[in-house]
Design a protein. Structure first.
Ligand code: SF4
Length: 202
């Protein structure tokens, strides 16, 4: 498996925001979002086996795990084996995905956070995947402007989504404007800013 890094931090986004979490960042991404804040995840990464990943995770003594990227599902077959082992060890695992690759095969041992790409990213997710989101999963719209908010609102209206929905403004964008859009339109979402960037952790 190609790995960029393993580290412990506070989860800055999503359902587990604020929880101490071990992040496993896998290498490679199939998109190129305009505001990507993890460009280093596009690097080739270093080859690592599951035993070594589990050894490093164990050292942190933390049961919460977030598998992120890049796009972790580019390595789905190896990831399935890792997930099954981590799950048997009692870990609670979330996978952050950009919503372009079918996550069905990994849902047995992990919850999904599907990032739905909005127009300002310059990329697009596969909206058909939204029907695979279960009640334990979540969907995140990273919104950069009012046009993104409008797009996200239309997606929510057109696609029944069972999991929790987050609106997360792009770092440094108009937080107030996004918050007002949510309020003015009574959107069934949770507004959230990226906590890790505010408190200055990774
Ligand atoms: S999907 Fe994520 S890692 Fe890939 S380009 Fe977009 S923001 Fe960056």
């Amino acid at each position: 498996m190609k790995l960029i890094e393993i580290f412990k931090s506070l989860q800055g986004e999503g359902r587990d925001q604020g929880k101490t979490t071990v992040f496993i960042r896998l290498a490679g991404c199939n998109l190129n979002c305009s505001w990507c804040d993890t460009q280093h995840s596009h690097d080739e990464g270093a080859e690592i086996d599951n035993d070594e990943i589990i050894r490093q995770v164990d050292e942190y003594g933390c049961k919460e795990i977030c598998i992120t990227g890049g796009e972790p599902l580019l390595q789905a077959s190896e990831l399935r084996v890792l997930l099954s082992r981590l799950s048997r060890l009692g870990h609670s695992i979330e996978i952050e995905t950009n919503g372009t690759i079918d996550f069905g095969p990994v849902q047995d041992n992990a919850t999904i956070c599907m990032d739905v790409k909005c127009p300002s990213s310059g990329e697009q997710s596969d909206l058909a995947l939204l029907r695979k989101i279960s009640s334990g999963d979540s969907v995140k719209f990273v919104v950069g402007d009012q046009k993104d908010c409008q797009y996200a609102a239309e997606v929510i209206q057109q696609h029944p989504i069972r999991g929790e929905i987050f609106f997360s403004p792009v770092a440094g964008s108009d937080y107030h404007g996004v918050a007002c859009y949510v309020l003015d339109n009574n959107l069934p979402v949770r507004f959230q800013v990226q906590l890790h960037k505010i408190i200055g952790v990774r």
